[in-house]
Design a protein around this ligand. Structure first.
Ligand SMILES: Cc1cc2nc3c(=O)[nH]c(=O)nc-3n(C[C@H](O)[C@H](O)[C@H](O)COP(=O)(O)OP(=O)(O)OC[C@H]3O[C@@H](n4cnc5c(N)ncnc54)[C@H](O)[C@@H]3O)c2cc1C
Length: 529
């Protein structure tokens, strides 16, 4: 089958849905949004802490938010991207509210603002401790009730279409690569259909699932980065993987591992060893409120030094009623596994959480491939630099949904559908035996990435990861050529590609910077011990 849409959006998290609503409003053509499982299975749904935006103008201002973002990013963020996100944030918060998203307010009607690690002021808008679920709910209602948006759940984008599919030789030096749409696997027919588009927007989210333990859902396999990289587009900063310092330690729950929000440390939570000793004073004067990378490395080091499976987060000194009120979901989750957080420590450990790099885009969300935009976690706008400031990603997605929508609405009429694109060749068969190979290889990718490309890296570890991934790459590409495509096989391919990109860029960065920490290039005195 061949479908034609003016705007083809791949992904239904905050990025995809915001963009869809914005372009649908402009009535400039047909809009289609596809997602690989159900509409709500997205990283967005899992966000807890909130959305950063300068709101309390008595104390806060853009300059402070910009400075906090630059510090967290280890001063390699793109200042223009930082300024754009920070200054456009308040307007985009209004847009979210107008679409029906609720943020908590105080009795006087003002937003109830939290403060999180790395923020110098209270500027985190939130909805209790399930902000992402509320954003996803609000946006899902808005897109579902919008007749101008075609929603296709359980549809898997296999590849984006470029002139390569028309027989042209495309390399990384080809000056004008065009995107004509995407090949998409239909779950009902198990056939790959051709989606021709004038504009294609990659909103595929994160890639935490390439690691063994992650706060991301299983869908986060880096599909967008991998598809664009294979199409010879530019991907950058992939070495900067953020590990959230505090996921709930509960053996067996690893994809996603339950997140204990940063806001809990902002609220006064103290990191301790299981024997009650606090340890952050050894690492940073901001103690438990230090940025994520410092806290994650400190925890990693304490766990390794003391041979622990986890450390602890302590809120037992806080008012129990207040704790239950502010963190109802965390309270209930911990209680469900026998921990009353008002009386006992919470066992926590780091987990892969957020990809700062991704598909390189400009201020309008345009990628290096013509007619292809990227928004949200799969993109690399330059906002995060070496490390993301807490709660800066949801807001980045809505701001870039706005700039990309404006830009694509302005240019869409310049493009035509390319009717010469051939159908997908779906020769081949898939047997159960091959399914086993896929499952085992997925496990291997997780092990390789966690063991050798984790919080603490070295040249030797990275080289080992590279060699192991190379082997998996060869095996999987051979399999891909022989069998019918399936979601599982495509995800494995994408995970290997994404793992390769993280590893290669980590090898190329000959310094410890932001989230990329290697013992071959130490930065802090305590790391040399
Ligand atoms: C536990 C957790 C807590 C977080 N807390 C915060 C927070 O407090 N504040 C903050 O700012 N950020 C937070 N983040 C990060 C933030 O949630 C994400 O960066 C953001 O939601 C990403 O949105 P997105 O729209 O880019 O992608 P997602 O929300 O992940 O959506 C991706 C979409 O792409 C689709 N997709 C992927 N591949 C394909 C394919 N091949 N074919 C078709 N569809 C595909 C998926 O089905 C999905 O619909 C948190 C993340 C996690 C995991």
């Amino acid at each position: 089958m061949v479908y034609k849409y003016d705007f083809l959006i791949i992904g239904s998290g905050v990025a995809g849905m915001s963009y869809a609503l914005k372009v649908a409003r402009a009535h400039k053509g047909k809009v289609c949004m596809i997602c690989k499982t159900s509409l709500n299975e997205a990283n967005t749904y899992f966000a807890q802490g909130g959305v950063a935006s300068v709101t309390n103008l008595l104390k806060d201002n853009f300059k402070k938010h910009i400075e906090d973002t630059m510090i967290a990013g280890d001063y390699i963020s793109d200042p223009k991207a930082v300024e754009q996100v920070v200054t456009m944030a308040p307007e985009q918060i209004k847009e979210l509210v107008n679409w029906g998203v609720n943020f908590d307010r105080k009795d006087n009607g003002e937003f109830d603002l939290h403060r999180e690690g790395g923020h110098s002021e209270f500027r985190i808008l939130h909805h209790a401790d399930d902000t992402g679920a509320e954003i996803q709910r609000g946006l899902m209602e808005a897109v579902r009730s919008n007749p101008d948006i075609d929603i296709k759940e359980n549809h898997f984008a296999v590849e984006i279409i470029t002139q390569h599919h028309l027989g042209a030789r495309v390399t990384r030096r080809t000056p004008y690569i065009n995107c004509y749409g995407a090949y998409v696997l239909d779950p009902d027919t198990q056939k790959v259909d051709t989606y021709l588009s004038k504009v294609t927007v990659m909103c595929t989210g994160g890639c935490g699932a390439v690691y063994q333990t992650t706060t991301n859902p299983v869908i986060a396999t880096g599909d967008g980065e991998a598809m664009v990289y294979r199409a010879k587009g530019t991907v950058q900063d992939m070495e900067f993987v953020q590990f959230h310092p505090t996921s709930l330690y509960h053996p067996g729950e690893t994809h996603p591992a339950y997140l204990i929000t940063e806001a809990m440390r902002g609220y006064g939570g103290i990191l301790r060893l299981p024997n009650g000793e606090s340890f952050m004073e050894k690492y940073d004067k901001r103690l438990s409120l230090a940025p994520r990378d410092i806290v994650a490395r400190a925890i990693d080091r304490e766990m390794k030094t003391h041979g622990l499976d986890h450390v602890c987060l302590d809120v037992t000194h806080k008012d129990p009623e207040e704790t239950r009120h502010h963190f109802p979901n965390i309270y209930a989750k911990c209680l469900s596994i026998g921990i009353d957080i008002t009386k006992e420590y919470i066992p926590v450990r780091p987990a892969a959480h957020y990809m700062c790099g991704g598909i390189k885009v400009d201020l309008n969300g345009c990628s290096s491939i013509n007619r292809l935009y990227a928004i949200g976690e799969c993109s690399c706008t330059g906002l995060h630099g070496g490390n993301r400031l807490a709660s800066n990603s949801l807001i980045e997605a809505v701001v870039y949904a706005e700039t990309a929508a404006r830009h694509s609405i302005e240019h869409v009429d310049e493009y035509d559908f390319n009717d010469k694109v051939p159908d997908w060749n779906d020769d081949g068969t898939m047997t159960n035996e091959e399914q086993v190979l896929i499952t085992q290889s997925v496990k291997e990718v997780g092990e390789i990435m966690s063991n050798y490309v984790g919080i603490v890296r070295s040249d030797l570890r990275l080289k080992r990861a590279w060699d192991r991934l190379d082997l998996l790459y060869e095996e999987t590409e051979n399999l891909f050529k022989r069998v019918k495509v399936s979601k599982e096989l495509c995800e494995l391919r994408n995970m290997i590609n994404t793992g390769y990109l993280i590893t290669r860029m980590a090898i190329e960065r000959k310094e410890s910077r932001g989230l990329h920490y290697t013992i071959d290039y130490p930065v802090h005195a305590y790391d040399k011990k």
